[in-house]
Write a protein that binds this ligand. Sequence first.
Ligand code: 13P
Length: 359
Amino acid sequence: MGGYPGHSSVHPALIETAESKLTEAKKSEALIDFRVMSCGDDLQLLMSHKKGCDNGEVHALAWEAFEAATEVAKRLKLYGAGQDLMADAFSGNICGMGPGVAEMEINERTSEPVVAFMTDKTQAGAFNLPIFKIFADPFNTAGLVIDPACHQGFTFEVWDVREHRKVLMDCPGEMYDLLALIGAKSRYVIKRIFCKPGSKISEQEAVAVVSTEKLYQTAGTYVGKDDPVALVRCQSGLPALGEVLEPFALGHLVGGWMRGSHNGPLMPCSFETAHPTRFDGPPRVIAAGFQMANGDFVGPVDLFKDVAFDRARQRCLEIADYLRAHGPFEPQRLPMEDMEYTTLPQVMKTLKNRFVNAE
Ligand code: 13P
């Protein structure tokens, strides 16, 4: 809604503004509970309610909170105020209007641990690798091997974000086909994970959901990166909390970073250190842990603050040094196909008429 300074962090006044909007909504019982959080220069709203997914009233509430924060950002002349809000008027659903959305409708279990992941300086598709590892890789998730409740695997819902189509894939049965798609993370993005029929949790209920919005598709031009979020439920027939966090110890490469045009390691960070400043990065992810109690968010716990992620952070810094040394060369810079959605085509236009046929 406006960076402070540049693209690095969210000004506390924006958080306070969104909090006061959502406090009113909680008082009027439009929401059960909420948390306003931030990762880098992105403002995140976590909201619980009983109105189901895609509810117009709840989406309007989020829109109004973002609009109010944008007003404050404009007053403080924060950088790129309103960058991720694409329309002047709200049209009933926030999807496709700039902000990323990850919603799930659940029957809260006796104990319902949930992790909310929030990123900055990266693209939709950044969660493909970790979500795959959590729900399909037995080297990551011991439960897939040793817990009878996980043993049958999970169903993956994958979106083709270019053609706006989706497919359900069975894992492990169709694992190799699944990987053929989701390895191409700028086009095929994991949207939801479901349990199989006969599991403790109904196969209708998502157990993980990721925002898949592509900001350039809404804006029609590069204005910023997608900075996706994800919600993952844990334990009792699902991967354990530690299995959900484990893939982030890799520091896998994602697109984003400076001007949304570079590859960099996704660095797991504490809430306080999620302020990307080196070359506007490297890309960040935070993990907020909650227990749900009748819709109330009990938490958050800052899950990546654990010293056990220090080595992952160190490796990300080493990878960052190595990639930075490549400057404008691939693979530090994104491949040409992904650069089509950045400011590079404007530069290429000026060179177009200089080209002659090569012999
Ligand atoms: P954000 O998408 O996080 O605003 O970053 C944009 C950018 O260009 C950073 O260099």
